[in-house]
Ligand binder design. Sequence first.
Ligand SMILES: *Cc1c(COP(=O)(O)O)cnc(C)c1O
Length: 404
Amino acid sequence: MSNKVIYLDNAATTRVRREVAEAMLPYFTEEYGNASAIYSLAGGAKEALQNGRDIMAGLLGCAGNEIYFTGCGSESDNWALKAAAEAYRAKGNHIITTKIEHHAVLHTCQWLEKQGVEVTYLDVDEQGLVRLEQLKAAIRPTTILISVMFANNEIGTMEPIREIGALAREHGILFHTDAVQAFGQVPIDVDELNIDMLSASAHKLNGPKGVGLLYIRKGVKIRSFMHGGAQERKRRAGTENIPGIVGFGEAAKIAAATMQERAAKETKLRDYLIERVLTEIPYSRLNGCRTKRLPGNANFSFQFVEGESMLIMLDMAGICASSGSACTSGSLDPSHVLLAIGLPHEIAHGSLRLTLSHETTREEIDYTVEQIKEIVAKLRDMSPLYEDFIKGGQERQGGKKNVQ
Ligand SMILES: *Cc1c(COP(=O)(O)O)cnc(C)c1O
């Protein structure tokens, strides 16, 4: 087992499925025409583009011409927020979002604040859920947009999107959701959920990197993001990434066809992993909501342990994991998501995210749990804080074994 890598970082990115890579290949070397061209060589590219749009529309329950292909999920988030702020300026300048969004949303909001837009960052509860009452109270006559993520990339919590959509609709406010983690994992119908804009990205669902989409409901006033050619109905210039779009389409098609079976399998393995960790490792806790949770996400905190050290030791054991989001590793700040659910700094620092895929096996999970047990024990042995704690600090600190 140790000569094979165990990949448990599927929330960061995923392996491209072989069928997806194969579907893309002809669009590099044979159907390489520019989809905007008139000659018949471009026919295949044009068709592939339309086909890609239709697949996405089928998944989201919208029309093909409401799908705009972009370069990534971050671009889709940037576009939705910046363009809505500009197009609806006459109506107001207030946006509501949450403290646990991906940086693609958070940093865009911070940039918008510098342009004079007012932003409310909602707190979440200890499970990472938005409180609807707080959202309702934050709505002003000048609110033009609510942006709340479908599912959180760190702790896997799934937000009450239906209720938020209904609230936004009732108040005539646009609703954008960053569904990069949820798209292809759980069913999404934009009409049923009253979603006006939605971001997704191919590389989070076993598709290629470098292609994303933004769904924009017909009638939503939105400015073009990239200026130049007339691609994507003049709203997103740049020669279309046809191989990427074909790969995204194929990945989405497979994700939709296998959704139920994958979710059932991953949920079962995830719950097995959670159960083993919480019962076999003292002073551990699960972060995020126990039930409203992405099928493949498990996020733990281990007291008296440094997340980064754990990652290095797991890597030596052939296991790829994460201690927060890929974008924050390399910085020593604890994750903004873990702080928002109320974890103290020292516990947030000792966190570990394991994200499963359809390829994850029970043997891999068993091996991983054994490794985590050993690593946590080793690191605690080296920790003076743990030593103090064990030597009689236990009662003083009221140490509960598993803080859940
Ligand atoms: C990965 C991710 C993004 C960014 O998508 P890219 O395609 O990597 O730019 C945005 N939001 C969430 C929730 C993500 O998980």
